[in-house]
Write a protein of this length. Structure first.
Length: 242
């Protein structure tokens, strides 16, 4: 009886090893031969390989695409730091529109009668406030700096629900500007407002919202719950006159 049991175990182990060798070496070889490709089990093997590899490729491409998009536009954001007449400190961001220094930010970040500071790449820039629109909550600034980096604008008609977007803003740590990135998708939108699933602190108000092509989608507002919604690029262009 023990001999019979030993023989049975030996046969099972040998069969398992043979199956592993067949699957690892022989089956992939057979899958390359036209004669064997008509068999169903060979078709299953081939289809399984075709399905797995593209998924891995897509994940890698999406991660790289976001990194590349951020690299393209990380220098077109400015920091805004305001001291109101009542002594309150307001912090946020703005977007460089033109290489000769036109900048758009939120009007709520630059209220009348306050002291303003605008920072680009750590440099404090001289400026003029050209106009404010409290209804759209937009303000147009002219900073004294040339050859500034810019990027293109997204086409509102091509924006889609679920489209991947990201924000890039400036925060101040010990009064020194620092860049912050966050990403999400578009939940809903119309010609005036683009709502996302991103949550952030209100110190990132005025940060631009971009698509994966590094095109500007809008300028962000943040409500009391931390929900990020953007003034659409169409309203910005209308306000600025571009």
């Amino acid at each position: 009886m023990p001999r019979f049991l030993f023989r049975t175990v030996f046969i099972l182990i040998l069969g398992a090893l043979g199956g592993m060798i067949f699957q690892a070496f022989i089956l992939p070889y057979l899958a390359t031969k036209p004669y064997f490709q008509r068999f169903q089990f060979i078709k299953i093997l081939t289809e399984r390989e075709v399905i797995v590899n593209p998924k891995e490729t897509v994940i890698i491409q999406e991660n790289v695409a976001l990194q590349q998009a951020v690299e393209k536009i990380e220098r077109i954001v400015i920091g805004v730091r305001t001291k109101t007449k009542g002594g309150k400190i307001l912090e946020g961001s703005g977007l460089i529109l033109t290489s000769d220094g036109l900048v758009v930010t939120l009007a709520s970040l630059v209220p009348f009668g306050s002291e303003f500071n605008f920072f680009w790449e750590g440099e404090k820039l001289p400026f003029q406030i050209l106009k404010r629109d409290l209804k759209t909550n937009l303000a147009l600034i002219k900073v004294e700096k040339n050859n500034l980096p810019t990027t293109g604008f997204a086409d509102l008609e091509k924006i889609k629900l679920g489209q991947r977007v990201f924000l890039l803003g400036i925060v101040f740590e010990n009064e020194q500007p620092k860049k912050i990135v966050n990403e999400g998708i578009i939940k809903t939108f119309d010609e005036n407002t683009i709502r996302t699933n991103i949550f952030e602190k209100n110190i990132l108000k005025g940060s631009p919202l971009f698509n994966i092509k590094s095109e500007v989608v809008g300028l962000n507002t943040i409500d009391l719950e931390g929900k990020v919604a953007a003034v659409s690029i169409s309203k910005i262009k209308e306000f600025v006159g571009l």
